[in-house]
Design a protein around this ligand. Sequence first.
Ligand code: FCB
Length: 459
Amino acid sequence: MSTPSRLPDGSTLELGTATASYQVEGATGEDGRGPSIWDTFTSRPGTVTDASDGTTACDSYHRWAEDADLVAGLGVQWYRFSIAWPRVLPEGRGRVETRGLDYYDRLVDGLLERGVKPTATLYHWDLPQPLEDAGGWLERGTAEAFADYAEVVHERLGDRVGLWATHNEPWCSAYLGYAAGVHAPGRREGGAAHRAAHHLVLGHALAAERMRAAGARDVGIVLNLAPVWPERPEAADVADGVDAIRNRVWLDPLVDGAYDDGLLRVAPELADPELVRDGDLALAQGSADWIGINYYTPVRPDVPDPARAEGQEHPEGGAYPGVAPFELAVREPRTDIGWEIDASGLEELLVETHRRTSLPLLVMENGAACADDRVEDGRVDDQDRIGYLRDHLGATDAARAAGADVRAYLVWTLLDNFEWAYGYTKTFGLVHIDPADQTRTPKASYDWLAGVARERAEP
Ligand code: FCB
């Protein structure tokens, strides 16, 4: 039996906010949760700026009701959260831990009771460690296990969660995780990371097939596609390689059921019939009902700077295996995490992705790390964040006006949380968290978003 469509219809731009399991839940050892690659990675010295981890994070595993109240208080339509695979299947496959599912059941019901629509992401990077021990995303078996996991979760929540995302930012999983090594599992395998990319595409397609067979509608994937702007004409070639790995490796199979020739030149691994088996790409084609876009900053490839010492490359430079050495130029102004601010990149990306895919688009993450996140007299006056969000919401409206089918805009993120390799040193939240006692203090940006939601709700 098919559930009714819960995809926003596009008549207005719906609003929301997003989080991810490992970044907010904490309680990593509770209720039978198994270890994930992020538990392992963070336990290794030198992987996280402040040597922190997600053991406590925002303690949302226990404080979910308070967090759901905060979302409801914003008056937005959507809350995007992710499900921790190792809570549901502690060994990655096989035995189901119902206490893990019970948690998401409570959260989903709690959101619905408060008038907030839940959208769940199945994989926001917390792979069960036993699957990594068996080779992780370099192995086809991980894609197959992912489809089984998707089916288990859908069976429990599919009657109430209508809008499903398989992966969040598979570029990060494949290339930051298996090439640059700056995200879990922290491996530097060069071109083998393209194998991970294919298995992520395949995992998405297998999961979508399985969930649709069980009645799901609206199964999408969330991509951190990027506008790729060569810094000068000589960088055109490397920019094409960057575009191939950042954008086309995901969109081509989903839209065309193929990997294009330019991509195969930088990623010859994807031409291996043992890896890309008959039927894989046909299954991927048409497997997304919508595309989620996460946008923070444009990408500006540049020719290498000969003055730069070897080993001093940009931390993401290693994340494009097969592309000739290049630099990433970053212009001003920048956010506190060093990412260039340019809202026109979001407008361009939405218009271009609409042209490329004709699929409904949802901005599933957009936000800023800001230095003005201090609590003074019980308030956080984060005007920089408000400016960033206002400009990017405006860019989203402009893309709609230009004909792009954009249906939602979600702010990253509800709470200051564990920002991966930056630990707790970079904050993106609408709500400040005091790490000492977990006190939640809504920032000025929270009030701003609530005001926007109110204005837009008026007839
Ligand atoms: C994205 C991630 C999200 C968060 C933001 C800042 O790449 O999906 O979890 O870390 O960046």
